[in-house]
Design a protein around this ligand. Structure first.
Ligand SMILES: Cc1ncc(COP(=O)(O)OP(=O)(O)O)c(N)n1
Ligand SMILES: Cc1nc(C(=O)O)sc1CCOP(=O)(O)O
Ligand SMILES: [Mg+2]
Length: 227
């Protein structure tokens, strides 16, 4: 492995740019091809893409995930697969994202090895404690706000709830659900490293501009927080 931690598609967690993290949903793209929307978002400056596809056949998933991984590589972005460790390994993703009902982190680690990044969804202090103890590399606090993109989400935390949980995180931490251009700065000011979005970029009339503007607001809020 090189001194920067890069070796093929392995990447140290410190090298990931969490600022704007795009989670894909093919139902949100307003009929546009998934790759076209994601490439526009990459031009706009997103640092992470997570392939999240709940319904597709495995053959479709590996085809789409491989194409997205190549696109991310071309733009220097990090690439994650939601839920499916087999798909992540098959397409050589940087990592996976796992929820509380998915593969437990210790088992995922055995399958993925030490280099790949494991992200975990957390909703409360106990889940944060456990995810950190089990070696999760990045935490995603959810849900900040209500969203129709994931109708089975838990009770929203709001900005105050997010701030309390972010303060317990000793690893990189992002937040998800209902995040838009209008509230992204509030989310960053609550103490997270980046914002995760589906519809704010996937469903935007111009995903490139939406991603660029989100990034601008995240960077501004982070700079204000630091100094
Ligand atoms: C970055 C990020 N955060 C949270 C989730 C949600 O994960 P999970 O609770 O497993 O729900 P599904 O996405 O699998 O429906 C996520 N995918 N990504
Ligand atoms: C993938 C995901 N996970 C959530 C959780 O609460 O765990 S909410 C969500 C979807 C977020 O979509 P949008 O940015 O369109 O609100
Ligand atoms: Mg999941």
């Amino acid at each position: 492995m090189s001194p920067t931690g890069e070796d093929g598609m392995t990447r140290r967690v410190e090298a990931v740019d969490w600022s704007v993290y795009l989670v894909t949903d093919s139902r949100c793209g307003e009929g546009r091809p998934l790759l076209q929307v994601v490439e526009a978002a990459l031009r706009g400056g997103i640092g992470v893409v997570q392939y999240r596809e709940k319904q597709a056949a495995t053959r479709t998933m590996v085809r789409e995930a491989e194409a997205l991984r190549e696109l991310c590589e071309a733009y220097g972005a990090s690439f994650f697969v939601n839920d499916r460790i087999d798909v992540a390994l098959a397409v050589d993703a940087h990592g996976v994202h796992l929820g509380q009902d998915d593969m437990p982190v210790p088992m995922a680690r055995r399958l993925l090895g030490p280099e790949r990044i494991i992200g975990v969804t957390v909703h409360n202090a106990e889940e944060i404690r456990r995810a950190q103890a089990q070696g999760a590399d990045v935490l995603s606090i959810a849900p900040v706000f209500a969203t129709s993109t994931k109708p089975d989400h838990q009770t929203p935390l709001g900005i105050q709830g997010l701030r309390k949980l972010a303060g317990l995180c000793e690893r990189p931490v992002v937040a998800i659900a209902g995040i838009t251009l209008e509230n992204a700065a509030d989310v960053i000011r609550a103490g997270v490293d980046g914002v995760c979005v589906v519809s704010a970029v996937m469903a935007a009339p111009d995903p490139e501009t939406a991603a660029r503007e989100l990034r601008r607001r995240v960077e501004e809020a982070r700079a204000a927080r630091m100094g």
